[in-house]
Design a protein around this ligand. Structure first.
Ligand SMILES: Nc1nc2c(c(=O)[nH]1)N[C@H]1C(S)=C(S)[C@@H](COP(=O)(O)OP(=O)(O)OC[C@H]3O[C@@H](n4cnc5c(=O)[nH]c(N)nc54)[C@H](O)[C@@H]3O)O[C@H]1N2
Ligand SMILES: Nc1nc2c(c(=O)[nH]1)N[C@H]1C(S)=C(S)[C@@H](COP(=O)(O)OP(=O)(O)OC[C@H]3O[C@@H](n4cnc5c(=O)[nH]c(N)nc54)[C@H](O)[C@@H]3O)O[C@H]1N2
Ligand code: SF4
Ligand SMILES: [Mo]
Length: 640
């Protein structure tokens, strides 16, 4: 038999925390995956993968993969059998539950995988406890709160509906890096004549997609949106019937007229001409779509920013129509029923952005054990050293991961997790409406899926019967909007998902009308002389949050700054990047296309390599939704 005949192709999908949820064809030869390919039959994936998943086989077959559980003995993590590790976990958690109550156990789950089966692990902890869980959302909490306040619900028009737009504003969004499968849809829309604007304080590849780039001060977007709104009113670009679907239209109009366009523009640090150009592009011809990025709402005024953008869509009649929308989130769990997950409300919640601080402060009962599923809070949550102090001082910390992350290094027990190419799961997407299955293409000896780990634990604490079913039975139970058989055959568009969100401009609020914001939010504080730059640790093509592929570089992180903000450091020089919280060594990179008040570094660097921006970033909350204001840390460059 030729090698070609011996090879198989398995259809699966990417379960990473990414809007695109790509279909993958995994080529397997002799039990080993040799190539990952984007599924050409998937309407969004269109046959290509992003750089980081193209390179994923380096992670899959990395010598750094964990293949045996580790237990801390005499201070060091040492190999153990699965039975030893699970027995220890079951014994310890049961004892703590008896002595201190289930609230003394904190199950922290993050977005390492967006597979729905991770909810079954939540279900276990609810059954066993309920235990303490997280509150808020580091990723999109502020924007979620905004859209729920305005629309009563969250969803987006079909991704391909974008080609009906006459104008598209990419507001705080970097599609090349964070959602590359949006690019072919944008290209199609442009081919059909759509004009594109980018609003982003950072100059990135998205500038090349746009006929207009507005570069406001970070967080200046509320002022910018108010200036645009006032211009839309003045030029007759608002919808004459807007009061039919908007509550508080008069109050909103008064709010945006509280200052002149020139004053708002000054606050946003843009020219009046830029405001007018944006108002013309967005307002002159309907329908027009705003694609709201996720980065922008991780700010002190992040929720207010999204509310201001919702308002632009509402007053112009662009929400609830084809080719329009203010799209932040596609309801990725819309085809699933996970209501069984919580058997009872959790006894306590801890704020995710304040992870370390809240664990340390919790009393009555104190947090005695932390179980981390698919998360790397030390590297990925702000104030890394608070997370370290919190974990180091717990009696028992379990980390389930496929590699020894900054967080896993602090564990009492590390359990080796299966990767996305070994999991058995089902996913929806937050950037489109397709459903897909995740298949165990291969297995790695010693690694287990979260569900298998849950089963092992459940059997040891008297819940074995409840978790005896195979993964497929849980998938079938959760997937209520489509048939699992169908989804196993091919990607299926969630039949429940609307083509046009809030069609007919009917909203899920108490009045059925959308709510316009009425309060002036606090303006972003100007940068101070002592720390003149705002640190932005932003997504980079080579990593998925803290998961780097092919591998995380050992070199110092590059800090990209405007040459005049480089504090005299030459391009390529080493310097200290200091905040009020701490310091890290960086290589200075000059970039004249950037604003003078930002320092750009990659997101996801590890503390062990001295590349972790969160080690010098204070934990701050967003204005609503308990998100993290991650990009508000004032920093400066100084000599080593
Ligand atoms: N390559 C890669 N892709 C990723 C990830 C990754 O780590 N690497 N992470 C994934 C995750 S976790 C998520 S949540 C998603 C989204 O991931 P995000 O990284 O949130 O991506 P974007 O939505 O593109 O948002 C980033 C953009 O927001 C802009 N921004 C920041 N502050 C402001 C502001 O005040 N105003 C305006 N107008 N813009 C601002 C930044 O300059 C940047 O261009 O993508 C995923 N995709
Ligand atoms: N400074 C700064 N910090 C940020 C951001 C930023 O832009 N700037 N972005 C924020 C955002 S948007 C997000 S969403 C968070 C992401 O933060 P996290 O969700 O904590 O980050 P990840 O690195 O995606 O995933 C964590 C771990 O999950 C593991 N993992 C993957 N799949 C599985 C699985 O199936 N099971 C188990 N048990 N483990 C698995 C990975 O190996 C990885 O180590 O970070 C936030 N932190
Ligand atoms: S990380 Fe995102 S873009 Fe890359 S393969 Fe996965 S879903 Fe697709
Ligand atoms: Mo995220």
């Amino acid at each position: 038999m030729s090698t070609r005949e011996a090879s198989t192709v398995v259809r699966t999908s990417c379960n990473r925390d990414c809007p695109d949820a790509c279909g993958i064809l995994a080529h397997v030869e002799g039990g080993r995956i040799t190539r990952l390919q984007g599924d050409p039959a998937h309407p969004v994936t269109r046959g290509f993968l992003c750089y980081r998943t193209d390179q994923f086989l380096h992670r899959q077959y990395s010598p750094e993969r964990l293949t045996t559980p580790l237990i801390r003995r005499d201070g060091a993590l040492t190999p153990a059998s699965w039975d030893e590790a699970l027995d220890l976990c079951a014994r310890t958690l049961t004892k703590m539950r008896a002595e201190s109550g289930p609230a003394s156990i904190f199950h922290y789950r993050s977005g390492g995988s967006l597979g729905l089966m991770k909810h079954v692990t939540d279900h276990f902890f609810s059954h066993f406890g309920p235990v303490t869980v997280k509150r808020g959302d580091i990723c999109g909490g502020a924007g979620d709160a905004a859209q729920l306040a305005d629309f009563g619900d969250e969803d987006a028009n079909d991704l391909h509906d974008l080609v009906n737009a006459k104008a598209i504003v990419l507001w705080g969004k970097n599609p090349h890096t964070s959602s590359p499968h949006l690019l072919p849809v944008l290209a199609e829309a442009r081919k059909r004549g759509a004009r594109v604007a980018l609003v982003d304080p950072v100059a990135h590849r998205g500038v090349g997609l746009a006929s207009l780039h507005v570069q406001p001060r970070p967080g200046g977007d509320v002022a910018l949106a108010f200036a645009v709104a006032q211009t839309l009113f003045a030029r007759g670009y608002t919808h004459p019937d807007a009061a039919r679907w908007c509550d508080h239209l008069d109050a909103f109009r008064a709010l945006v007229h509280a200052r002149t366009v020139a004053q708002w523009a000054l606050e946003a640090d843009v020219t009046v001409a830029a405001v007018e150009a944006l108002a013309e592009l967005y307002g002159r011809e309907a329908p027009a779509a705003i694609l709201v990025g996720w980065g922008m709402q991780r700010r002190a005024n992040g929720s207010a920013i999204v509310r201001a953008l919702d308002a632009l869509g509402l007053i112009t009649g662009n929400v609830g129509v084809a080719g329009g929308g203010v799209s932040f989130y596609f309801r990725r769990r819309g085809a699933f029923d996970t209501s069984f997950v919580d058997v009872a409300p959790p006894p306590r919640t801890l704020s995710e952005p304040l992870f370390g601080r809240e664990i340390l402060a919790a009393s009555d009962p104190p947090v005695r054990a932390v179980w981390v599923t698919a998360g790397n809070p030390v590297a990925m949550l702000p104030d890394s050293y608070a997370a370290i102090r919190a974990l180091e001082t717990r009696e028992f910390v379990v980390v389930v991961d496929s590699v020894l992350t900054d967080t896993a290094r602090l564990a009492t027990v590390v359990l080796p997790a299966a990767t996305m190419l070994e999991d058995d799961d089902v996913v929806g997407a937050y950037g489109h409406h397709y459903l897909n299955v995740v298949r165990p293409v291969v297995r790695t000896d010693g690694a287990r899926t979260d569900y298998e780990i849950t089963q092992g634990l459940a059997a040891r604490v008297g819940l074995g019967d409840h978790f005896a079913g195979d993964a497929r039975s849980w998938k079938a139970r959760m997937l209520t909007g489509a048939s699992l058989d169908d989804v196993e055959r091919a990607p299926v568009r969630n039949p429940r998902a609307p083509r046009v969100a809030f069609e007919g401009r009917v909203f899920a609020t108490d009045t059925g009308r959308a709510k316009l914001m009425t309060d002036a939010p606090i303006a972003p504080a100007p940068t101070a002389e002592a720390y003149p730059l705002l640190l932005h640790a932003l997504s980079t093509p080579a990593s998925q949050s803290s998961q780097w592929s092919p591998a995380e570089p050992d070199a110092h992180v590059e800090a990209r700054v405007h040459p005049e903000s480089a504090g005299g450091f030459a391009d390529g020089a080493l310097a200290t990047l200091r905040s009020a919280l701490g310091a890290m060594t960086v290589t200075v990179r000059h970039d004249a296309s950037q604003r003078r008040d930002v320092a750009l570094v990659p997101k996801g660097g590890s503390l062990a390599r001295g590349r972790c921006a969160n080690a010098i970033t204070q934990a701050r909350l967003t204005d609503a939704g308990e998100g993290a204001a991650l990009y508000e840390e004032p920093v400066r460059l100084e000599a080593l």
